[in-house]
Write a protein that binds this ligand. Structure first.
Ligand code: HEC
Ligand code: HEC
Length: 283
């Protein structure tokens, strides 16, 4: 046989083998679909690039109207409050408890507004994102209303928690009441459990956290090397007990902070602070 024939047959055999393996993996249920398991770093990055490129391509022909009109942003603030804050939160406002458990986690839109151009954001709101919790709004909001929301999102990164409440009409002053959860048998903090827990409280949507998939946003300070910092949020000496206090109730430690109260249990706070202790400067 000619050598190119051998090569061709080998490639075909490998492809067939791969297809059989993939079929077996699907059939036997080897793939873990649970929302508590995070994607590995390479899979996460691949999906992220696929999503970004898909949106860029489809939003390429969209021209944004004048987004600086203050009426537009004001109307957008009302629509944002009615339809978006429940999942995405806002400065100083935590998402509802069901949103914390979504995988992928709803992005902190402060970061999105900084990182993505307006037409891309318009397209995402209009069309939604398949296989995530992001709904398509085109059958529920008009195009003009979606642009209003985009206009408000441009204001969002400039707002302190207090200023956000004013845009909202000043009614909602605290985070939504999160349902109490039964505390499992208390145990000492575990860094491994804490690494998983950070995915369940949207920490990754606001902070750079080394080794955690998707944690590359600068809404809050980077947590790289946090174990070596002298103070937590510039106010409390950085001990494990103080870190737990901060994670459980940032608004009580530092009134007016943009870090929301995410409704952690004591055990989650112990686990996450144990995990944060592993983030040394050299990493
Ligand atoms: C039921 C929960 C839910 C609601 C309600 C919701 N979203 Fe989302 N949204 C998500 C999830 C989940 C994602 C996917 C996160 C990802 O893959 O980046 C997402 C993604 C997005 C993104 C892309 C973020 C990025 O940086 O990749 C934008 C923009 C967005 N949503 C805007 C909105 C707006 C505006 C509203 C209100 C009109 C809204 N969303 C309502 C859950 C929700
Ligand atoms: C909506 C965005 C947001 C989310 C979600 C969030 N944070 Fe923060 N975080 C912030 C901001 C903003 C600050 C700065 C607060 C300040 O100094 O007032 C901060 C500060 C911190 C600090 C202090 C950092 C330092 O340099 O002293 C730690 C530690 C921290 N966050 C951990 C977490 C953990 C762990 C989670 C998940 C349980 C989390 N954050 C979720 C926005 C967020």
């Amino acid at each position: 046989m000619k050598s190119w024939k051998v090569a061709g047959l080998t490639v075909l055999a490998c492809m067939a083998g791969g297809a059989v393996l993939a079929g077996a993996a699907v059939f036997h249920g080897w793939y873990d679909v649970s929302a508590t398991g995070s994607h590995t770093l390479p899979v996460h990055d691949l999906l992220d690039v696929a999503q970004t490129r898909s949106v860029q391509r489809r939003a390429a022909g969209i021209a944004a109207p004048d987004l600086d009109d203050p009426d537009r942003a004001r109307n957008g603030a009302g629509l944002f409050r009615a339809n978006c804050v429940q999942c995405h939160g806002a400065p100083g406002v935590a998402p509802e408890s069901y949103a914390l458990g979504l995988n992928p986690p709803p992005a902190a839109l402060v970061a999105t507004a900084r990182e993505r151009p307006a037409p891309d954001i318009f397209w995402i709101i209009q069309q939604g994102i398949k296989m995530t919790g992001m709904p398509a709004w085109r059958y529920r909001l008009t195009d003009a209303e979606i642009w209003d929301v985009v206009a408000f999102m441009r204001v969002l990164p400039t707002l302190s928690p207090e200023a956000y409440r004013e845009w909202e009409g000043g009614e909602r002053t605290s985070a939504p009441a999160l349902p109490g959860r039964p505390e499992a048998q208390a145990r000492v903090g575990s860094a491994a459990a804490g690494r998983n827990a950070v995915q369940q409280y949207l920490c990754a949507t606001c902070h750079v956290i080394p080794g955690v998939a998707g944690a590359r946003h600068h809404v809050g300070p980077s947590l790289a090397g946090i174990a070596d910092r002298s103070y937590v949020a510039g106010t409390l000496p950085n001990t494990e007990a103080n870190m737990q206090r901060w994670l459980l109730a940032p608004g009580q430690v530092k009134p007016g902070t943009a870090m929301p109260d995410l409704g952690l249990t004591d055990q989650d706070a112990r686990d996450i602070s144990a995990f944060l202790q592993t983030l040394r400067q050299a990493d």
